[in-house]
Design a protein around this ligand. Structure first.
Ligand code: FAD
Length: 688
């Protein structure tokens, strides 16, 4: 390719113009990062990608709500920080596994897999499950793997996905290194389960792979650059959920002017909340009903689905975090993945302030492992030693950090007596703190009645912190935000209320103004039986009643449209503390009227003065005979929604009792029957 002088001058001019436009640091970082990217791989072949990028360890995750992803990334980071391994950490969804048996001999694959629904693989890992079930004996005989499952023992099929994965892998001849780990969110021990498994496994890997261990040293996955531009630059994200929402970018629209998406866990729709109200306010507890309008998009849902709401952090928590690390929120920075197996975590370039507010989980509980990794940046030897102690001593960590409900900034400032932690690099924080995850809500509207509106019913999380001297509650991110929106929408002054946190409701460049929030719909399998004559038993105390409001509204619509088709019995067991927090109490009599005798509601109250505490499971036993008849002879479908810990287990136990007494069989046999009902979809749970 010959360049004459004129071409050369034109090209130089162009380069200068580009440099002036994008800013010299940005250009520098673009050029520098291209050097470090070895292959711009679009390959879906996992082994090819690993080889092309010169990696010698593989970490795969299948995540539903981000927890498995978070632990996989922590694990990968620790392997590189401690042993200088070149780790490829990838979402199982993004790669084909067909050549997995061709992994280089010294490469171990660590799999992190969460369980969803009835012992199912997460949505994105279903192709992986298909791959595993299609294998024959010996197909994976060269594969050495480790496995960590993330589950909840309050569910019937505890860690069902990882158990299945282990069975399939071993049948295909793969070798498990160490023991598989199981995290139990139900017992609240996920982090400790991980630490116990991880510590034992790392010691084993060290000896089996002959690894040299050194003090943890942060190995960045991204090239980090500070840019000279500022917030007025339209290419700088100020917290937009995706780059498509930046000024000048094109969102896809249909000819009739509706946003076409697709909307999913990586691309939300910024939906207006057209109406919201406080369903109750009682003993410091609040519950919010919010209606999201979908009419500007082609977003669809079905009754029983979940709405994912993308929240942002409150002003108070953002300020405390920035102050703790001495960060300037206006600084614009960018990240460039150091190899193509790593994706940008959020829209870039962006500001430090926007990242802290919109893209990082800065308030959740802390892990001991995090103290182990941040220790290298402690401002002095004394604090380094203290972090070391806490990261290695489970009981001390529980006593000093966990029981005090401290988040990262709280904990560090507490340990340093308020002195700032300016020695911690910003790019370490960005790479080590989990990224903001959407919160899921069981949709409480009916897609038959209100196609363009999704309603949710959210209890505001303001947990009392018994160790806080100022009696500050431990605040939930999304639910306090929803409450603020409700107050603002109904022109109730947030100023006069003792609200623990406050929010910027206008969002980046006003994107969330007029009460909007980014959302997407997650499909669920929680569905009414297709035959309307099938009896339905619904058990949903508290906000667990949300999907059943949708179900009943569906049936009301159906009855209006097809008055000649008879409906089966619809029995709803609801529970609340008392009459004050009885959700949608004005609506139920209306539904009863419209559905006639087929809809019956049974209510349990647990805090009525001078009355014994009654829960839904007690009411189930009171209706033992009828329930047995509906289940055993009329093929009723059973649905449970709400609290996974106490309630779902109590309901399960009551159903076991009813079945075993009714059929005169042992409780273990009744439990087995319920298991079968679950497998066949006649007993469905939407519990959290
Ligand atoms: P988060 O910020 O996520 O905090 C969660 C909890 O941790 C809070 O109780 C908070 O007080 C506590 N916490 C915060 N910081 C700390 C700390 N440092 N140490 C210890 N604890 C801390 N909820 C509903 O109300 N209605 C529904 O219909 C509903 N449906 C759901 C359906 C599904 C499938 C799932 C998975 C969940 C559902 N949830 C529902 C729960 C909901 O998704 C959220 O988890 C809940 O609203 C809390 O979100 P948040 O952002 O306000 O709290």
């Amino acid at each position: 390719l010959g360049l004459d002088t004129l071409d050369f001058v034109v090209l130089c001019g162009l380069a200068l113009a580009v440099a002036a436009y994008v800013g010299k640091d940005k250009l520098k970082s673009m050029l520098a990062s291209n050097e470090s990217i070895k292959v711009s791989s679009d390959s879906r072949d996992i082994v090819q990608t690993l080889r092309d990028n010169d990696k010698n360890y593989l970490v795969l995750y299948g995540s539903q709500t981000g927890t498995a992803e978070d632990y996989a990334k922590k694990f990968a980071k620790e392997l590189s920080a401690k042993f200088s391994l070149k780790v490829m950490c990838a979402d199982i969804e993004n790669y084909d596994m067909q050549n997995l048996n061709e992994l280089p001999a010294n490469v171990v694959v660590s799999i992190f897999l969460s369980t969803y629904g009835e012992g199912d693989f997460p949505d994105g890992a279903i192709p992986f499950e298909d791959f595993l079930t299609g294998l024959s004996s010996g197909d994976l005989e060269n594969v050495r793997y480790t496995l960590f499952g993330l589950g909840n023992s309050t569910y019937e099929f505890f860690n069902g996905a990882s158990k299945k994965a282990q069975k399939y892998l071993s049948e295909a001849g793969a070798t498990l290194v160490g023991k598989s780990g199981e995290a139990d969110d139900g017992a609240g021990t996920t982090d400790e389960d991980y630490m116990t498994w991880k510590d034992a496994l790392m010691a084993l890997l060290k000896s089996e792979l002959g690894l040299d261990e050194h003090e943890q040293k942060f190995e960045p996955n991204f090239q980090y650059s500070v840019m000279e531009t500022d917030e007025t630059d339209n290419s700088v994200s100020l917290g937009e959920p995706t780059v498509q929402y930046l000024p000048g970018q094109k969102l896809p629209f249909s000819p009739d002017g509706r946003q076409t998406g697709p909307f999913d866990s990586t691309h939300p729709y910024v939906a207006p909340i057209v109406k919201s109200r406080e369903l109750f306010k009682s003993n410091g507890r609040n519950c919010i009903h919010a209606d999201f309008d979908l009419s500007g998009s082609n977003l669809k849902y079905s009754t029983g689905d979940h709405l994912a709401v993308w929240p942002s952090n409150s002003n108070e928590k953002v300020e405390k975090f920035l102050n703790c690390f001495g960060l300037d929120p206006k600084v614009v920075f960018s990240l460039r993945p150091l190899d193509p197996t790593i994706k940008n975590p959020f829209p870039l370039p962006t500001t430090i302030g926007a990242t802290v507010r919109h893209y990082l989980e800065i308030t959740g509980p802390l892990s001991r492992q995090f103290f182990g990794s941040i220790m290298q940046f402690a401002p002095n030897a004394e604090l380094k030693e203290r972090l070391n102690e806490l990261s290695n001593d489970r009981d001390e960590f529980a006593k000093e950090i966990t029981v005090k409900y401290l988040n990262l900034a709280d904990a560090l400032l507490y340990l340093s007596n308020g002195a700032k932690w300016t020695s911690v690099p910003w790019n370490f924080l960005v790479e080590s703190i989990p990224h903001m995850q959407p919160r899921y809500y069981s949709i409480s509207s009916s897609s038959l009645t209100e196609k363009q509106t999704i309603s949710i019913t959210a209890i505001v999380e303001n947990m009392l912190n018994p160790t806080s001297e100022k009696a500050e509650p431990v605040t939930g991110v999304a639910t306090n935000l929803l409450r603020h929106i409700q107050l603002s929408q109904n022109k109730e002054s947030a100023e006069n209320l003792p609200l623990p946190v406050h929010y910027d409701l206008s969002g980046p460049r006003g994107l969330f103004k007029s009460h909007k929030l980014p959302v997407h719909v997650r499909r669920s399998t929680f569905r009414l039986p297709s035959n309307p004559a099938t009896p339905v038993i619904m058990i949903g105390p508290g906000t667990g009643v949300a999907p059943f409001r949708g179900f009943i509204r569906d049936r009301v619509k159906f009855a209006e449209q097809q008055p000649n088709v008879s409906l089966g019995k619809h029995l709803l067991f609801y529970g609340s503390r008392d009459q004050n927090d009885f959700l949608y109490q004005e609506e139920w009599p209306e539904y009863s009227k419209k559905l006639g005798g087929v809809f019956e509601m049974v209510v349990a109250h647990s805090r009525l003065p001078n009355k014994p505490k009654t829960y839904v499971q007690d009411k189930l036993l009171e209706k033992e005979e009828e329930l047995f008849k509906l289940c055993a002879t009329q093929g009723a479908f059973i649905y449970v929604c709400g609290d996974a810990k106490g309630m779902a287990q109590g309901v399960h136990a009551a159903l076991v009792t009813i079945l075993s007494r009714g059929k005169q069989i042992k409780e273990s046999e009744a439990a087995e029957m319920l298991k079968m009902l679950k497998s066949s979809g006649r007993y469905q749970e939407d519990v959290w």
